[in-house]
Design a protein around this ligand. Structure first.
Ligand SMILES: [Fe+2]
Ligand SMILES: [Fe+2]
Length: 360
């Protein structure tokens, strides 16, 4: 067993997460507030107060714009960039009209969770929006060289036989031409003056450390991704692409605990969280947000997820309905609701604020 090296995360005062690109656009414009009237969730939905012309566009993908504040100073970055051009352009325009904090030109760097197209395909566009005059270098973090491998997305065996599958690979040089600067780190690293933990390649590292949940290490039931050669031919359709480079990020919210954001959880929904706890040396989990990807045992996933004592669980993107339903049932029985549910109904157009000042 490998021993995990602990990296202490410097505390921050506030984390504001914008759901920039997400799978569905909803209709609700609502808020969830604490007892003092602080807005924890502003679900802008399709109408809000700004009119139907400012509806968000839903598209299967994931991208967050994140603002982090410490001692009165704020910094900004993107976690993933989605894959639909219209969604990224349009939703950025809408967020700009709704919240003055949203400003892509303030983005210092882009973190990419893994090499599936719904997370990286808009990268060149995102760089053009973040760095329109190409005058800056924008660090682009990926958690393993496997990120750059072309992948085939396959819906069934017959598509393999007919050759009707989609191959998508990151445009390494295109990103560099737009100021992108690739940084590969399979090991966890602290960024932004040690306030942000980028967890690196979770699945293999958690396995080596002996903290991976076995049921989360089995092949996913859906969808299937296969590695390809440079010409787009599938190398071996019996070996599923496990997205070994998949990663998550974590913050230490002052007086509250860990705030962990996962994109697709190919490292395992609970395994990724256990890894974040082990690397940070922090056991108290305040918030777990992200795509809780289906695995072989939804009941075990839900039971384990509830065992961490998480104050807020926010399922989004690829979370299966079965898991959301199990969490929803438990939420009904809970003394304090722990599920911020707007997101799985409409995982785009939401603004979450987690602050040391807010009541639990
Ligand atoms: Fe994925
Ligand atoms: Fe995804």
């Amino acid at each position: 067993m490998d021993k995990i090296t602990t990296l202490g995360i410097e505390p921050v005062d506030e984390i504001k997460v914008f759901d920039l690109v997400g799978d569905f656009a909803g209709v609700q414009g609502s808020r969830i507030e604490d007892s003092k009237g602080h807005t924890i969730l502003r679900a802008c939905g399709n109408y809000d107060l700004s009119g139907p012309e400012n509806s968000f566009v839903g598209a299967h993908a994931f991208s967050n714009f994140i603002k982090v504040t410490k001692d009165g100073k704020s910094r900004y970055f993107l976690f993933d960039v989605g894959q639909n051009r219209t969604a990224l352009e349009h939703n950025s325009r809408v967020f700009r009209t709704l919240d003055p904090d949203f400003d892509l030109e303030k983005v210092e760097f882009i973190l990419l969770s893994h090499g599936h197209s719904d997370h990286f395909y808009n990268l060149n566009l995102a760089l053009e929006m973040v760095n329109p005059r190409k005058e800056r270098q924008i660090p682009l973090y990926v958690a393993g060289d496997s990120f750059f491998t072309p992948r085939a997305k396959v819906s069934g065996e017959r598509f393999l036989k007919s050759g009707e599958y989609l191959v998508i690979a990151p445009d390494r040089e295109g990103a560099e031409k737009r100021g992108g600067q690739w940084i590969v780190s399979s090991r966890p690293v602290l960024l932004m003056d040690d306030t942000l933990l980028y967890l690196g390649s979770i699945r293999p590292e958690a396995k080596k450390a002996g903290i991976a949940k076995d049921y989360e290490m089995k092949p996913r039931p859906w969808p299937k991704f296969y590695e390809c050669d440079a010409k787009g031919n599938i190398i071996d359709s019996s070996v599923e692409d496990e997205a070994d480079e998949d990663t998550s990020i974590a913050f230490n919210l002052r007086d509250k605990g860990l705030v962990v954001i996962t994109a697709c959880s190919h490292g395992g929904v609970n395994t990724s969280l256990l890894y974040a706890r082990a690397v940070s040396g922090m056991d108290k989990v305040y918030c777990y947000y992200g795509g809780f990807h289906p695995n072989s045992d939804v009941n075990a996933t839900a039971a384990d997820l509830l065992s961490h004592g998480i104050r807020y669980i926010i399922p989004t993107h690829c979370t299966p309905w079965g898991l959301v339903n199990l969490l929803w049932q438990k939420n009904q029985e809970a003394e304090k609701p722990f599920l911020l549910t707007k997101n799985h109904l409409a995982p785009v157009g939401n603004i979450y604020t987690f602050s040391k000042e807010y009541e639990d």
